[in-house]
Every structure is written in C-alpha cells, then in structure tokens.
Write a protein that binds this ligand. Structure first.
Ligand code: KIV
Length: 281
C-alpha cells in the first residue's frame, strides 16, 4: 500500500523542511531510512552515478525497476519515490504502464521531468490514483549532462513559474526544482501550495535533495550546489589499497579470521590418507 504523500503538504504548512536524498541500493537505503530521510529517491542519476552510463538518456525501465526493488528492501519508514526514465512517459498510456511497474516494484510515487507540456501526463497519472512529483528547471533527460542555471531572465522566469503552476494544477504532490536561481525558486515556493524541493535552487525551497554519491564524496567532481559531508572516494580507496597490501604481504587473514573446527588427530589421519594416495576406504 503506497504511503500517503499529503504529509509533505502538512510539513510545508508547518514550515518544516523536507529532506530528500537519492538512493540506488539496499545498504544505503537502510542507512538513509535510519538517518531519518523523509523521501528516499531512486533517481535516474543511478545511470551516471552507479552504472557508468554517459547520460541519463541511457537509463531504462529495467534499470529503474531493478534499483527500486533493491531500495524497497531497505526502506521501512521513509516515502519511496522513483524516477520515470527518459522516454518512459511519452504518452499517457505509456506513462501509466511504467508508473504502475514502478509502484509494483515498491515505489510510493513517481517523478517525471518537464514543464507545461508534461501537465497532461501528470494529470493522467494523478487521475489513476498515482502520486506524482514534477521536476522543472534544469531537466537532465532533455537538457544533457552539463548543469546549466535556469531562470536568469524575466522571460526564463516566466517559463519556470508557468511550469510550476501547471504541475500543481495537474495534481503533482511535490515539485523538484533543479538549478533554478534563488529568487525564482523562492517566488515559486511562495506561490505554490504543494511543497518544492530544491537542488542547486537555493535556501527558500520547502525541502532539499542531494545526490547521495556527491554528499558522501564518492564522486570526484566538485559541484557548487553540493556539500560533501564525507570523502568516501579517498577513504574507500585507502581501505582497498590497505587490503591489497595486506593480502600480498600475508598480513590478512590472521589466525583470528580462520576456522580450526577439526581435531588435530583427524587432520593427521587425513594427511596420512592423502600420502597413501587417497584410497577408497
Ligand atoms: O535523478 C536525480 O538524481 C534527480 C535529482 C534532481 C535529484 O532527479
């Protein structure tokens, strides 16, 4: 039974920030759930961050289903949101089929990218009882992999504000805004009754989302929108080099890692049997 997304509207009304974080696997899902993340999000950024793809456009429904199932196994408390990947929602019918597959894989709701043009797709999903999160501003599925700031002029601002309102009117319960200038994301957050979640969109959104591999410092590139809370790239690299060295120098495993659950007498008998050429006895 999908979780009720209306809790997030209540959080907006109460002025309580909503915490969202991407997630692609079971152990990370368990950690995020225990840390108190509100929305655990299987983003199509799984492609570039976990699968070695060059762009979001390579991500398939099969990829999204595989990772959504893995994350579902690790989430007990949080809301689980999953991305509809590129070309998975080109028509209302296709969007419905794929959204239902993501729900069957364990998602509580789905996210899709796009502005005014995508409103009919959102409306069709919502009419079928599916909780939908919109995603406006910079949209990697159509704008490529290089982040570009959105909302730098009055005209761009009008496009983004219209997109936000179209998403709310179509029935979206949440709106992600990526790389939108802070004054525009602030205006939209004030205008909408649904909560906004920012990534690189400044301080005034109702919540924030980051890519978990960026937050943990597993990825190596620097992004202005990110804050690295750990440097896993360095720490994991150091741990692996140490393991390589210790195996090569026979420092691992030690006696403490080994199992001795056979008597010396039986080992002596076994050695003698091997020396006799292992006869059938
Ligand atoms: O897939 C993703 O990581 C996203 C970000 C905006 C959070 O959509």
């Amino acid at each position: 039974m999908p979780k009720d997304p209306q809790i997030f509207r209540a959080k907006k009304q109460a002025g309580e920030p909503i915490v969202m974080l991407t997630c692609y696997d079971f152990p990370t899902a368990q950690l995020e759930d225990a840390a108190g993340v509100d929305i655990i999000f299987v983003g199509d950024s799984v492609g570039t961050n976990m699968l070695g793809y060059a762009a979001e456009t390579e991500v398939t429904m099969a990829d999204m289903l595989h990772h959504t199932r893995a994350v579902r196994r690790g989430v007990e408390r949080a809301y689980l949101l999953a991305d509809l990947p590129y070309r998975a929602y080109e028509t209302p019918q296709l969007a419905l089929e794929n959204a239902h597959l993501l729900l069957a894989a364990g998602a509580d709701g789905v996210k899709l990218e796009g502005g005014v043009d995508q409103a009919p797709i959102v409306a069709a999903l919502v009419a079928d009882g599916i909780a939908v999160c919109g995603h406006i501003g910079f949209t990697p599925q159509t704008l490529g992999t290089k982040g570009r700031i959105q909302g730098k002029t009055l005209e761009q601002g009008q496009v983004i504000v219209r997109a936000a309102q179209a998403m709310e009117r179509a029935g979206a319960f949440l709106l992600v805004m990526e790389l939108v200038t802070e004054p525009i994301s602030r205006l939209i957050t004030e205008q909408l009754t649904i909560p906004t979640i920012g990534i690189g969109s400044g301080r005034y959104c109702d919540g924030q989302v980051l890519v978990v591999t960026d937050l943990l410092g597993l990825s190596t590139f620097e992004r202005k929108l990110n804050k690295r809370y750990e440097n896993l790239h360095e720490r994991v690299g150091t741990a692996m080099s140490q393991y390589v060295q210790e195996v090569r120098e026979r420092q691992f495993p030690t006696e403490a890692n080994a199992f001795q659950n056979i008597s010396e007498e039986e080992v002596t008998q076994l050695r003698a049997w091997v020396q006799r050429g292992m006869p059938d006895e």
